[in-house]
Design a protein around this ligand. Structure first.
Ligand SMILES: Cc1cc2nc3c(=O)[nH]c(=O)nc-3n(C[C@H](O)[C@H](O)[C@H](O)COP(=O)(O)O)c2cc1C
Length: 370
């Protein structure tokens, strides 16, 4: 059998990708501080990274004010935010790009300083993330014990995702990706160490998976399944996550998602989480895309520490259909072209990942014109 290469076209849902070098969702904390709407600078950044038929997954965007846990992350719940994102999608479409929005609720990975009225953040259960976070005033403080959502509040969470999905459609996105990874709210429900609930959203694997699946179904009602995607990190350890035995849980989740006919499933590989404030490269960890490929009949995307050569090898193995690049896409706006030409890559500067302005955002160079 002849397997494709990174530059073989790929169909995702109704969209025709001309290559398989996707831009991973990347929180950059540069939305407008008061409205939390994307601004012209954000449109410029995404347009720089758009290619004809290339997939961009825009950064995680909170679906409700309670879903925020960091400064200046964009939202997708207000009129101003819809208008802000519209400038981004217009700029990307003008370059022929395809752009999905990642829908986010951080759950307990927040702090009361980010919450409306300064209340505690919410989660599946009243269990704090160990360690410290940066508060809205910039101080370093321990994570707080979150407030467990009442069962009767869960429909409101699903409605927030549904409205976020509607807003993303109105803002001109081509699809949405539900953020079920990296220790945020949906993963807090999925995993047993953060979910000790005794209602229908906790306990058994079926119950812990229920919220994610109900959110996905709400998104499908708005978009149709072939423009909805899900991101999971079965072996991740971000934000104090980590299921002791991921295989049964994630086999169930992926098995439930498979017949829904989604645009794609997207993994964060555990060997390199990439986010956070320092480099973490785990060794001796499984490759999620290899393990779960047999359970996923649709398009599979993965991310985590790839370069051109390892991405090419992964695609050629037939175990994954596209590779999302995070850190190298930050520093190389023309990454697909550089990979195609095997050109030098500009190193990224971690100090400018989160927050700030132009520096480390829109000022990375393009390859010299030939
Ligand atoms: C600055 C930064 C911000 C990130 N923000 C997000 C995010 O908003 N949503 C998400 O699912 N993953 C996020 N990630 C993880 C990346 O999408 C990606 O999975 C990770 O960086 C591994 O890919 P890489 O090795 O190519 O960087 C972030 C990573 C970095 C470095």
């Amino acid at each position: 059998m002849h397997y494709p290469s990174l530059f073989t076209p790929l169909q995702i849902g109704p969209y025709h990708l001309s290559h398989r070098v996707a831009m991973a969702p990347l929180t950059r904390m540069r939305a407008d501080t008061s409205s939390l709407a994307a601004r012209a600078l954000n449109a410029e950044y995404y347009a720089q990274r758009a290619t004809q038929g290339g997939l961009i997954i825009a950064e995680a965007s909170q679906v409700t004010p309670t879903g925020r846990g960091n400064p200046d992350t964009p939202g997708i719940y207000s009129r101003a935010q819809v208008a802000g994102w519209k400038q981004v999608t217009d700029a990307v479409h003008a370059k022929g790009g395809i752009i999905f929005l990642q829908l986010w609720h951080v759950g307990r990975a927040s702090h009361s300083s980010y919450q409306p009225d300064g209340v505690l953040p919410v989660s599946a259960s009243a269990i704090a993330i160990s360690g410290k976070t940066r508060t809205a005033s910039g101080d370093i403080a321990p994570y707080e014990v979150p407030r467990a959502l009442r069962t009767d509040e869960i429909p409101g969470i699903i409605e927030a995702y549904r409205q976020g999905a509607r807003n993303a459609l109105e803002a001109g996105f081509d699809g949405i990706e539900i953020h079920g990874a990296n220790g945020y709210l949906l993963e807090q429900f999925l995993q047993s160490r953060s979910n000790l609930r005794i209602d229908r959203y906790g306990g058994s694997i079926e119950n812990r998976a229920r919220l994610l699946l109900e959110v996905v179904d709400a998104a499908i009602e708005v978009w149709g399944a072939d423009r909805v995607a899900v991101r999971l990190s079965p072996y991740g350890v971000a934000n104090d996550s980590g299921e002791a035995d991921p295989m049964p849980l994630y086999s169930h989740v992926i098995g439930q998602l498979a017949p829904r006919g989604l645009a794609y499933l997207h993994f964060v590989e555990p060997r390199s989480s990439g986010a956070g404030r320092s480099e973490v490269n785990h060794t001796d960890v499984p490759a999620a895309f290899e393990l779960f490929r047999p359970l996923w009949p649709g398009v599979l995307i993965t991310a985590g520490g790839f370069d051109g050569a390892s991405a090419e090898a992964a695609i050629a193995s037939g175990n994954v259909d596209a590779i999302a690049f995070g850190r190298t896409f930050i520093a190389n706006p023309d990454l697909p072209e550089r990979i195609r030409k095997n050109a030098m890559l500009t190193p990224y500067d971690r100090a400018t990942f989160y927050g700030g302005d132009v520096a480390g955002y829109t000022d990375y160079p393009f390859q010299e014109a030939e």
